[in-house]
Design a protein around this ligand. Structure first.
Ligand SMILES: Cc1cc2nc3c(=O)[nH]c(=O)nc-3n(C[C@H](O)[C@H](O)[C@H](O)COP(=O)(O)OP(=O)(O)OC[C@H]3O[C@@H](n4cnc5c(N)ncnc54)[C@H](O)[C@@H]3O)c2cc1C
Length: 450
C-alpha cells in the first residue's frame, strides 16, 4: 500500500524475487511527495530535490535503473548561508551538517559572535559524555552541551531541525544524526571526528546528487520497471480485514486479497488501517507526530535579482523575526539546467513546527509572502515570471526523543500480525536513501514469508 518511493522500492524487490504483487496507491499518480514538473522551461521539484551520496541506496538504485549518467552534482560554489540580523552569512567552509571541520574557517565566521566561536571550539577539548550513560537527547541538548547555545539558535535549529521542519528541542539526536552521537563516542570531539572522516572519505562533487530532469526521474524509471498491471493508482485502501490472508477494501468498493501486506503509507494512515486489527500497535504508529510544509517555486528574470546567488541557498533561524520562509534554495545556482536562459529559479519553504498554520493560507498569500522575503533578502525588483505552490500537509514525520524505543515497540507489536510489514518515511529514516533501503528490505522480508 502506497506508491511513494518506499512502496515502489518494496515492489521492485518483490518483482526481482518473482513474487506476485500489486501496488495500491490512493492518488492518481505515483511518487508521493516526490514530484517534478516541467513548466515553461523550468524544472520544478515540488518535494525533495537532493539525494545524499553518503547513504548509497538512492544513487545505487539510480545506477541499477540505468540513470547513472543522469546523476548530477550540485554546482560549485556549494555554499549555504544563514540569516542573522538581516544579513546572509556563509556557513564556515568545509562544514559538515553546519559543523566546521577546520579551525580557521570557524575562527573567521561572522555567523557566530566571538564568544560563540570560542564556545564552539571548546568541543575540541570537552570530554565525551560517558558512553551509555546518556539515553536519547534532543538535537538542541546535544548541540548546547557540545558547542553552546548560540549554535543551537544559528546552526542546529535552522539547519538540522530545519531539514525535518521540526522542533530542535524535541527531535532525537540518536534517531536523526546517529553519526554525531557516534563521533562523540569514538573521538570525544565532534569536530575532530568529522575532520578525520572528511580526510578518510572526501566527497568529490559534494554530498548531494540530483537527476538532470529532477528527482521525479527516479520515480518514473522505477515505476517503468514494474509490470504494467502492478501499479494501481486511484486505489486507496480504506480498511484491512482478517488475518493472513488479508482482505483489503478499496475506496472504489473493490477488494484485494493478499497473503502479505507492506504498509508504505504515512504514519497516520498506517495507524488508521491497523486500528481494527491491533489497536495497541496502531496507537504506537499513530503517536509519531507530523508537521506540514509547503514549497513555493518562484522564477524571475536573472537581471531582476541583485544578489549574486553564488551558493545553494539559505536558512532562516527561528530567532530571526519578520521572515516567513524557513529556507530558500537558489535552485538554478544549485543544479544545472533548472531554468530557461536569462531566468533564475528560487524556492521557498514555509510551515513546519514553527508555523503550524502556514497551510491555512491561500496559494496567492503564500506566493506573496515568499516573494516579499526574497525581494528583501535578495534585492529583487519586479514580480515573479513563474509561481507554483506545492503543499505537503502532515507529511513531514518528526522523530522525537524516544523514537528508537517506539520503533522497537512497533517491531514487537508486528510479531502479533504475521504477514504485515511497515515501512515508509514515518519510521526508519525520512530521506529518500533510507526510504529506498527500508522499502527494499520490507519487500525482501515479504517475499521470504510469501
Ligand atoms: C518538501 C519536502 C522536501 C524533501 N526534501 C528531501 C530531499 O531533498 N532529499 C531527501 O532525501 N528527502 C527529502 N524529503 C523526504 C522524502 O522525500 C520523503 O520522506 C520520501 O519521499 C517519502 O516517501 P514515502 O514513500 O515513504 O512516503 P510518501 O511519499 O508520502 O508516499 C506515501 C504514498 O501513500 C499513499 N497513500 C496514503 N494513504 C493511502 C491509502 N490508504 N491507500 C493507498 N495509498 C495511500 C499516498 O498517496 C502516497 O503516494 C523531503 C520531503 C518533503 C515533504
Amino acid at each position: 500500500m502506497g506508491g511513494g518511493i518506499s512502496g515502489l522500492a518494496a515492489a521492485y524487490e518483490l518483482q526481482a524475487r518473482k513474487v506476485r504483487h500489486v501496488v495500491l496507491e490512493r492518488a492518481p499518480r505515483v511518487g508521493g511527495v516526490i514530484r517534478t514538473d516541467q513548466v515553461d522551461g523550468f524544472t520544478l521539484d515540488g518535494g525533495p530535490d537532493a539525494l545524499l551520496v553518503q547513504k548509497p541506496a538512492a544513487v545505487e538504485l539510480c545506477r541499477e535503473l540505468g540513470l547513472g549518467d543522469r546523476l548530477v552534482p550540485t554546482l560549485p560554489p556549494r555554499t549555504a548561508f544563514v540569516l542573522r540580523a538581516g544579513r546572509l552569512h556563509p556557513l564556515p567552509a568545509h562544514s559538515v551538517l553546519g559543523i566546521p571541520t577546520r579551525v580557521r574557517p570557524l575562527a573567521a565566521t561572522r555567523l557566530l559572535s566571538a564568544a560563540g566561536r570560542i564556545r564552539m571550539a571548546a568541543d575540541l577539548v570537552l570530554p565525551a559524555g560517558a558512553p551509555g550513560a546518556r539515553g536519547d537527547e534532543s538535537v538542541a541538548s546535544f548541540f548546547a552541551r557540545r558547542f553552546g547555545q548560540e549554535t543551537v539558535d544559528y546552526i542546529a535549529e535552522p539547519l538540522l531541525a530545519g531539514i525535518h521542519a521540526g522542533h530542535v528541542e524535541r527531535l532525537s539526536i540518536r534517531a536523526l544524526f546517529p553519526r554525531l552521537v557516534e563521533a562523540e563516542r569514538t573521538h570525544g570531539s565532534i569536530i575532530r571526528a568529522l575532520a578525520a572522516r572528511r580526510r578518510r572519505a572526501p566527497a568529490p562533487g559534494g554530498p548531494f546528487r540530483s537527476l538532470r530532469g529532477g528527482v521525479g526521474e527516479l520515480v518514473m524509471a522505477l515505476a517503468g520497471r514494474l509490470a504494467p498491471d502492478v501499479l494501481r493508482t486511484g486505489a486507496g485502501v480504506r480498511e484491512i480485514r482478517g488475518r493472513a490472508p488479508y482482505r483489503l477494501l478499496l475506496d472504489t468498493g473493490a477488494s484485494v486479497t493478499a497473503g502479505q501486506v507492506v504498509l508504505a503509507v504515512p504514519g497516520p494512515a498506517v495507524a488508521a488501517l491497523l486500528r481494527p486489527l491491533d489497536p495497541e500497535l496502531a496507537e504506537q504508529c499513530g503517536s509519531i507526530p507530523h508537521t506540514s510544509t509547503a514549497t513555493v517555486a518562484l522564477g524571475y528574470p536573472r537581471d531582476a535579482i541583485g544578489h549574486d546567488l553564488r551558493g545553494t541557498g539559505f536558512v532562516v533561524p527561528r530567532v530571526e523575526r519578520g521572515v516567513s520562509v524557513m529556507a530558500g534554495t537558489w535552485v538554478s545556482s544549485k543544479w544545472p539546467g533548472r531554468a530557461p536562459p536569462g531566468q533564475a529559479l528560487l524556492r521557498g519553504f514555509v510551515g513546519g513546527a514553527r508555523d503550524g498554520s502556514a497551510l491555512d493560507r491561500t496559494d496567492a498569500e503564500l506566493v506573496a509572502a515568499v516573494h516579499r522575503d526574497f525581494t528583501q533578502l535578495l534585492d529583487i525588483s519586479g514580480t515573479p515570471s513563474l509561481a507554483r505552490v506545492y503543499r505537503w500537509p502532515g507529511l513531514n514525520p518528526q522523530y522525537e526523543v524516544g523514537h528508537l524505543e517506539r520503533l522497537a515497540a512497533i517491531d514487537a507489536g508486528l510479531e502479533r500480525l504475521p504477514g504485515v510489514q511497515i515501512t515508509g518515511a514515518g519510521f526508519r529514516g525520512v530521506g529518500i536513501p533510507d526510504c529506498i533501503a527500508a522499502g527494499r528490505a520490507a519487500g525482501a522480508a515479504a517475499s521470504r514469508a510469501a
